[in-house]
Design a protein around this ligand. Sequence first.
Ligand code: IPE
Ligand code: IPE
Ligand code: MG
Length: 255
Amino acid sequence: MFAKPLADIFPCPPAGLDVLSLDEQRVPQHVAVIMDGNGRWAKKRALNRLNGHKAGIEAVRETIRAARDIGVRYLTIYSFSTENWKRPDAEVEGLMNLFAKTMLAEVDELDEEGVRVMTIGDQTRLPVDTREAFARAWEQTKDNPGMTLVVAVNYGGRQELLHAVEQMVQAGRDDPSFEVTEEAFARALYTSSLPDPDLLIRTSGELRISNFLLWQIAYSELFVTDVLWPDFDRYEFLRAVLAFQNRSRRFGGVK
Ligand code: IPE
Ligand code: IPE
Ligand code: MG
């Protein structure tokens, strides 16, 4: 159900975007986003990359509200990959500080809005302030009934798969009759409590997955926009959802 009339959620649509064509019955349950292009956005303005990441925060805020208002149940945002440690120390450090600061600044408002915050990825390698900010948000919001915001931080699809395989091996040792099934495997992933994404959005025009949710996106609909992440807004989000609603999902069958 929409939280309020569509014209209030999307008050100033750009020309040609038909807000009212959004079908309340076919809103994706889970949307995952590869937020890319912060560095290029900054470069175009002769700013340093961290300014691009800071500008991206507003796009995250907009996306959370738009998703929640149209009735998305799970929103997963790719914030830092296991490969992003390769970046210059100052950028990594700046990002980690930005995550901690933003999480602390936003958690009360998210909590009031009924949003439940969780993380996926290996938190143990994060600086303590960042790890604690996420842990606190998770704890504070864990019983909320609204949309679940999943922050993927130090997340890598391959690392997650290896972690699941290790658990399968251990389960087989503990119980020789243990069977490796799709269900058992999915339960060993960080996303065990989440449905698979229906829609995967990537900004900045790159046509790749960059180690995101490798198992879970087997049948996700893909939407790539050239818009750079800091320029992404509720209207671009709506464009992605409308495109999703026009797809024919067959899951290998016929329709
Ligand atoms: C995405 O923007 C943010 C993170 C990966 C943390 P980038 O920093 O990758 O921006 P580009 O791709 O260099 O433009
Ligand atoms: C993917 O973006 C990771 C995140 C958005 C956190 P990257 O910018 O790291 O991906 P590549 O290097 O272009 O594949
Ligand atoms: Mg990038």
